[in-house]
Design a protein around this ligand. Structure first.
Ligand SMILES: Cc1cc2nc3c(=O)[nH]c(=O)nc-3n(C[C@H](O)[C@H](O)[C@H](O)COP(=O)(O)OP(=O)(O)OC[C@H]3O[C@@H](n4cnc5c(N)ncnc54)[C@H](O)[C@@H]3O)c2cc1C
Length: 494
């Protein structure tokens, strides 16, 4: 038994550590909370992370950017992105399903995020140029999310935050609405950790296929999970079962259309396909089902996973012609390719005559216009259902290309209701005494549905910081003094 196991058993589990602040989950939200708790004066901060060290940092290691308001150009974002414009973007993607006070606070505090992150070693690219259309609204991490998270972990180590890997929280113990301890499966052995405050930052339940099936039925079998296999929603379920108020619906999620050949878990961003707005999308019956050119792709990519999930066999197929080549991010797997639509449909195992009729009808409906992928151009269809509102060019220039699309689940929105202090609210309406939440586990407070690129990291950073600061305050509150681990954990970290 390692030296650091300190006191008596909790329900027969060896007591591993007693800390000021326990952070569950080692992604962006968890590390923001841990760093802020230390900076806020918590003497001992422990992060428990399900994954082994090499796979730490959950979905955050897949990220590239965050969305921030700013009133003038900065080194990392061009132009201006004001609070009202940001809020209108949230309103438009959520259709009004947002908590205005929490959303506006997130937006206000997003302005501080790049500097705070840079202060913890995160490096940013210069403001983006090119076809992604995000250079004004989003700051991009140099080296992506993995570099960002590595910087955070280094900063945490320097700040004296302790991290346990291969440490899955399997149970939580409470006294009323006060968190007391967590049962942790640490490298296969059950131990108990007590803390004066706890931050739940353990992501959504997108990797829990049984929970997904409760919401979606057997269709969930055909979903691909873009991120970590470790976000199973265990902590979320335990807190909800204990009477925490929930927010969001079980089916609400960020789900994008990704390459149907992507792996079941952890495929990351490279499996995304950004050609939808340049082509036509049909289902297994060879029929179109939605406006491919409704709005800019960064504002629309997150609805396409759900659209595909609602099609027969949860699959769809994007067809483009050679005019689209070079106008979207290259795909990681090569597309099917053919010199005629019929040949392409055959290769893609689609009903040939249905696909041909769909493309013919589409081509006939395309109106003359001036193609411009950088704006909502005037290239649209007329008399076609569903319409294609922008970037509608005839699909008539071989070779033709086709990609299978599957729903790629990024993260779920059903979560814990919180207040502006990141306190978890109980179903009674009162805040839990010493429990805070940040990141995907509470994202549904701001996002009832839909998504604006980069807002996941923004929410995690803003609420992670608040949760950490608030949790640190608990350590100065009147709860009996916690035993700090005074280096003991170092001897036992997995
Ligand atoms: C492919 C991909 C690309 C993305 N790109 C972006 C982007 O560019 N910008 C953006 O804003 N958002 C992006 N997102 C969404 C983004 O990842 C999240 O909103 C944000 O990073 C989530 O942070 P988090 O800390 O809440 O969760 P995570 O980073 O997923 O961290 C949760 C952690 O909790 C751990 N955990 C889970 N259960 C337990 C348990 N029981 N015990 C202990 N630990 C547990 C997990 O191992 C995980 O490390 C992307 C997501 C994916 C999948």
């Amino acid at each position: 038994m390692p030296d650091g196991i300190v006191t008596a058993a909790n329900d027969a589990l060896p007591h591993y550590a007693d800390v000021d602040v326990l952070v569950i989950g080692g992604g962006n939200a968890g590390l923001a909370a841990a760093l802020s708790a230390r900076a806020g004066g918590a003497a001992s901060v422990l992060v428990v992370e399900s994954a082994p060290r090499d796979f730490r940092a959950g979905n955050s290691r897949h990220t590239r950017d965050l969305r921030c308001m700013h009133n003038e150009p900065t080194k990392v974002m061009s132009g201006k992105y004001g609070a009202d414009e940001f809020y209108n973007d949230i309103l438009s993607v959520t259709g009004g399903k947002t908590d205005e006070a929490l959303a506006r606070m997130t937006i206000r505090k997003s302005a501080e995020c790049p500097a705070w992150m840079a202060g913890h070693g995160v490096r940013f690219q210069h403001a983006l140029e090119g076809t992604l259309q995000l250079g004004r609204t989003n700051a991009f991490f140099l080296g992506g999310g993995k570099a960002m998270m590595n910087a955070y972990y280094d900063a945490a180590e320097q700040a004296g935050v302790r991290v346990l890997y291969d440490a899955e929280v399997t149970n939580l113990r409470f006294a009323g609405s006060r968190f007391q301890s967590a049962d942790v499966l640490l490298a296969g052995r059950g131990v108990s950790v007590t803390a004066r405050a706890m931050v739940a930052a353990s992501g959504g339940f997108e990797a829990n296929l049984d929970w997904l099936k409760e919401a979606w039925g057997p269709a969930a079998d055909n979903f691909l999970v873009r991120g970590t296999p470790y976000n199973k929603g265990k902590v979320l379920r335990l807190l909800l079962d204990h009477g925490a108020a929930s927010v969001g619906e079980a089916k609400a999620a960020h789900m994008v259309a990704i390459d149907a050949r992507a792996p079941k878990f952890d495929g990351g961003i490279v499996t995304r396909l950004d050609c939808v707005s340049l082509g036509v999308v049909v289902n297994n019956l060879g029929l179109r089902f939605y406006d491919e050119g409704e709005d800019f792709w960064p504002k629309r990519y997150a609805i396409w996973g759900r659209l595909v999930a609602e099609q027969p066999d949860q699959i769809a197929h994007c067809i483009i012609d050679s005019k689209a080549t070079g106008k979207f991010m290259p795909s990681v797997f090569p597309p099917d390719r053919a010199d005629s639509i019929e040949e392409l449909a055959k290769k893609m195992r689609l009903p040939v005559s249905a696909v041909k009729s769909t493309i013919d009808a589409y081509n006939q409906a395309v109106q003359p216009g001036t193609f411009n992928h950088d704006k909502l151009d005037d290239c649209h269809t007329s008399g076609l259902q569903p319409a294609k509102s922008h970037w509608a060019l005839r699909i008539d220039q071989p070779p033709y290309f086709g990609y299978g699309l599957r729903p790629g689940l990024t993260f779920t929105y059903l979560g814990l209701k919180v207040d502006q202090r990141a306190r978890v609210l109980m179903a009674t309406g009162l805040p839990a005494e010493n429990i805070f939440a940040a990141g995907e586990i509470m994202v549904g407070n701001v996002l009832g549905k839909g998504y604006a690129a980069g807002v996941g990291v923004t929410i995690g950073t803003v609420f992670g910081r608040i949760a950490g600061e608030e949790a640190a305050k608990m350590t100065k509150a009147s709860i009996p003094a916690a035993r700090t681990f005074k280096g003991g954990i170092e001897n036992v970290a997995a």
